[in-house]
Design a protein around this ligand. Structure first.
Ligand code: ZN
Length: 281
């Protein structure tokens, strides 16, 4: 497993927003990634929309120095029932592919469809009206099957993140997620250890269940169950309940698998998290 910068740290985001020149912005990213000691970078839409970097012109000194992946997150994928919703998701895949192929990106990842308003979390079962997810799943399967070969032509894997909070995402848990991914040969998996642990899954079990299907990467940050979502996820590595030793050990010899740090906070948290992970590697 190699480690990649994802969230760049609060102070660095402020700095990035202050810099206006594109070339200066990219040099800042280069220095930041090098100083942290990351091998890769996982870009996500905020790099463009909030930090102001243009993905159309990712400089050679970035793409030659670091291994790149792109996390589309939840941009564009909704319940996929209406033609409009399907069209939006289709556009998300095509835009991601265009960006990713320009910069020599190795993987593009996305979230499964949401069926609840994430702002209303936590959702108790009584609040939820039963949703028929089979049409959503069928339409998602069609889209993924259409796009996988196109990504693969550019040597890019396409991966879905393990968001499987019941009543929130279409997947009700690990069994449901596993069944869906099993039905799509070639679809990769991005494991978010923070959310999965927070939701009550044992990470060892998540890995054992999904590894045979093809894990392409991880979102690494710690978690503490029972807290509010914002306080219990995306914590510095080593400050929560997750056993990172066994995660790193089981992917020690898998050079293609990325571990993107999704620690949301000060730059110091990222520095300390990476140092901790490197002692385990
Ligand atoms: Zn994640």
């Amino acid at each position: 497993m190699y480690f990649a910068m994802e969230y760049p740290g609060l102070e660095n985001i402020d700095r990035l927003k202050e810099i206006h020149d594109q070339s200066e912005k990219w040099h800042f990213i280069y220095n930041l990634t090098s100083e942290f000691g990351f091998t890769g970078i996982q870009f996500f839409p905020a790099y463009e929309k909030e930090f102001g970097l243009s993905f159309q012109n990712i400089p050679k000194f970035i793409s030659k120095s670091f291994r790149l992946t792109y996390h589309a997150g939840d941009t564009g994928i909704s319940q996929l029932i209406t033609p409009d919703e399907i069209e939006k998701a289709d556009v998300m895949f095509s835009t991601s592919l265009r960006t990713a192929s320009l910069a020599g990106t190795e993987d593009v990842s996305f979230h499964p469809p949401l069926i609840a308003d994430i702002a209303l979390l936590p959702v108790s079962p009584e609040q939820v009206s039963p949703v028929n997810t089979s049409q959503t799943k069928e339409n998602l399967r069609k889209l993924i099957n259409k796009w996988i070969p196109q990504f693969n032509t550019h040597n890019i894997t396409l991966s879905m993140e393990t968001h499987m909070t019941p009543h929130v995402f279409i997947f009700s848990g690990i069994t449901d997620f596993h069944e869906f991914v099993s039905s799509i040969p070639g679809l990769g998996i991005l494991v978010d250890v923070s959310h999965n642990h927070f939701d009550g899954n044992e990470i060892d079990n998540v890995i054992q269940t999904l590894k045979p299907l093809g894990i392409t990467g991880f979102h690494l940050s710690d978690a503490i169950r029972g807290k509010k979502l914002a306080d219990g996820t995306h914590l510095p590595v080593g400050e929560g309940q997750i056993d990172f030793g066994s995660i790193v050990a089981s992917f020690r010899n898998k050079d293609t698998v990325y571990g993107a740090l999704e620690v949301r906070g000060a730059a110091r948290w990222i520095t300390d998290s990476l140092a901790f992970l490197k002692t385990l590697a």
